[in-house]
Every structure is written in structure tokens, then in C-alpha cells.
Ligand binder design. Structure first.
Ligand SMILES: O=P(O)(O)OC[C@H]1O[C@](O)(COP(=O)(O)O)[C@@H](O)[C@@H]1O
Ligand SMILES: [Mg+2]
Ligand SMILES: [Mg+2]
Length: 333
């Protein structure tokens, strides 16, 4: 098989689809380089002093792990120097991070969850980085938070890196989804899966079952029916997987199908779910749709939601189309 690097692939996309600009290509390459650096840190574990808590809290009131902070810094530093950016925003920062001293101002906005699945860092289970790229609005002066509040349908690129047994980068620029594996010896990203497609039917679901008693009726009903298996209305047995790293759960679903759910629940009605719209749900929704799947908040397409704040939360149902339609149907009924 001919070895195709990330750069070669992006140049090809630039030529064939005329879909990405040279600036967007360079931006993606800088993000990919930062993910490579994060992957090296992850790989060192206790030897690199990266495990454990940073003893600080982020804007969401969550205790930060050392690796949350380190990954955020790696992404900030790489993109300040290398990307064609006007500003960045991250799960780990209260407000936006404009690019200093850049004239003319860059054309893109980058958002990221620098380290997804923090609870898995210290136990050597797959974790990842999720990112989303938007165009800065035309004629924007100094970058503001408002500039980021665009529906996910306007993303020009989205991707994630998963730091597992292999380090992989899954990427879309709106022309399908491709997967690159990090060649650790050569230090390069190599195209290993072209045009990933999510099977439409599935027998596998992913949800944190410990929250069951708090769910609202549509989710109770849907999961009850899956659990009833062959003897229930679905007439087939379902299996369950929950890694507690969205990147790892989504990566499995991209490869072999399934449905991933993080619904809103009755614990705190002011908190619509756990996952963040701008840098978790939107990029994953774009990837999943580009691979032939679906992604909703239970009522509407995630990519159609107009955001109201940078760190807003959203219920998430994504994966194989038929299952996402089924559970969304129960909410709409
Ligand atoms: O621990 P829970 O409630 O099952 O939540 C798991 C979910 O939380 C997350 O870890 C949130 O991501 P962060 O680690 O970036 O905060 C998702 O990756 C995952 O799907
Ligand atoms: Mg996350
Ligand atoms: Mg995170």
C-alpha cells in the first residue's frame, strides 16, 4: 500500500476538492503536531511526571489533572506560533485567547478539549484531544467570544486524536472522514483509513448506566427496550460499552457502529447534560455525520444549534443513524 502522510493527504484535498485553503491545511498540521507532542507526554506516564491532579479547577468547577493543563499549554503554544488563527478557546480556559501581535489577523477560530476523558489518565485507559475550526466572521475587529458562537454546521474542520494502544488522528474537512495513525518511529501521521463509514444498524450502545434513575422518560423507555433484548420490542439482544472517554467511545462507533448517549437528566435541570457543545458535541457531530451517522440533542440536529455561550452544555445522542433516529423520535413524540 502506498504510504500517504497527513500533509500529502491535505495537499490532495486542497487540489481535488478545492475544499481547504493553504492556511487551513497549515492550521490542521499545527494541531496535529501538537497532538503528537501530547501523545509523547501521555506515553511517558509516571516517568514524565504527568499523572495526578494539578490541584486547580477549570471554569466548569472540575478539578484539573496535570495532563489537562499540560495539553492545553501545548495546543496554545503551537497554535500561537504556527496557525492562521485569530483566537482560540478551550475547555480549560474561562474566556477566549486572542493571538497576540498578529497582523493581519488570522482567518480562523480554533476550539479544543485538550484532554478528553481525564478520569482515565491515571489508569492508562484511552484518552484524547478534540478540536473544531470555524472561520472568523468577515470584518471582525478584535476577536470576541461572540465570534465563536456559530452553529456547528459552519465548522470548516473537526477532528480528534485518540491516545490508545495506537495514537490516531481522525479528521474531516467536510469531505468524508479519514484516519491517520502516528508512526512513532518516524514521527509522522500516516493515512490508514479512508472515508470511514458508520454502519447504519447496530447492536451496541454506550451510556453511563449509573445515572439511570435520573433519566427522563424518553431515555428510560429507549434503554428499557434495548435491555429487553430478543424478548422485547426490538427483537434482538444489545451489548453495552462505556469507556468514559468520549473520544474512545466515538472511535469505536466510527469503526463498528453503535449509539453513544449522554442525556440531560433530572439531577440539576439547569445543566442540560454533561458534554460541552462547542468543543465536544459539535466536532464529534460533524465527524459522525460526515461518516454517514447522525447526531442530535434528542430533539434537533446538534449542528443546527445556535450557541449562546462558550462553555454551554448539551445532551448528546450520536452514532448509527437508525438508533439515533429511534431515541430522538421518543423525545419528539
Ligand atoms: O464519568 P462520566 O459521567 O461517565 O462521564 C464520561 C464523559 O465525561 C467526559 O470525560 C468529559 O470529558 P473531559 O474529561 O474533557 O471533562 C467524556 O469524555 C465522557 O464521555
Ligand atoms: Mg471532554
Ligand atoms: Mg477535557
Amino acid at each position: 500500500m502506498k504510504r500517504v502522510s497527513l500533509t500529502q493527504h491535505l495537499v490532495e484535498e486542497q487540489r481535488l476538492n478545492n475544499a481547504i485553503t493553504a492556511e487551513l491545511r497549515l492550521l490542521i498540521e499545527v494541531v496535529a503536531r501538537a497532538c503528537k507532542t501530547i501523545s509523547h507526554s501521555v506515553g511517558k506516564g509516571a516517568l514524565g511526571g504527568i499523572l495526578g491532579s494539578a490541584d486547580t479547577e477549570n471554569i466548569q468547577g472540575e478539578v484539573q489533572k496535570k495532563l489537562d493543563v499540560i495539553s492545553n499549554e501545548i495546543l496554545l503554544e503551537a497554535n500561537e506560533w504556527g496557525g492562521h488563527l485569530a483566537a482560540m478557546a478551550s475547555e480549560e480556559m474561562e474566556t477566549i485567547h486572542p493571538i497576540p501581535n498578529r497582523y493581519p489577523m488570522g482567518e480562523y477560530l480554533l476550539m479544543f478539549d485538550p484532554l478528553d476523558g481525564s478520569s482515565n489518565i491515571d489508569v492508562n485507559v484511552s484518552i484524547g484531544t478534540i478540536f473544531s475550526v470555524l472561520k472568523a466572521p468577515e470584518g471582525m475587529g478584535a476577536p470576541t467570544e461572540q465570534a465563536f458562537l456559530q452553529p456547528g454546521a459552519q465548522q470548516v474542520a473537526a477532528g480528534y486524536a485518540v491516545y490508545g494502544p495506537q495514537t490516531m488522528l481522525v479528521l474531516t474537512t467536510g469531505h468524508g472522514v479519514n484516519c491517520f495513525t502516528l508512526d512513532r518511529e518516524m514521527g509522522s501521521w500516516v493515512l490508514t483509513q479512508r472515508d470511514m463509514r458508520i454502519p447504519e444498524q447496530t447492536k451496541e450502545f454506550a451510556i453511563n448506566m449509573s445515572n439511570q434513575r435520573h433519566w427522563y422518560p424518553p431515555v428510560q423507555r429507549y434503554i428499557d427496550e434495548l435491555l429487553a433484548g430478543k424478548t422485547g420490542p426490538r427483537g434482538k439482544d444489545f451489548n453495552m460499552r462505556w469507556i468514559a472517554s468520549m473520544v474512545a467511545d466515538v472511535h469505536r462507533i466510527l469503526n463498528r457502529g453503535g449509539v453513544f448517549m449522554y442525556p440531560a437528566d433530572a439531577r440539576d435541570p439547569s445543566k442540560p447534560g454533561k458534554l460541552r457543545l462547542m468543543y465536544e458535541a459539535n466536532p464529534m457531530a460533524m465527524i459522525v455525520e460526515q461518516a454517514g451517522g447522525a447526531a442530535t440533542d434528542g430533539r434537533q440536529r446538534i449542528l443546527d444549534i445556535t450557541p449562546t455561550s462558550l462553555h454551554q452544555r448539551v445532551p448528546v445522542f450520536l452514532g448509527s443513524k437508525s438508533e439515533v433516529e429511534q431515541v430522538t423520535g421518543y423525545h419528539v413524540e
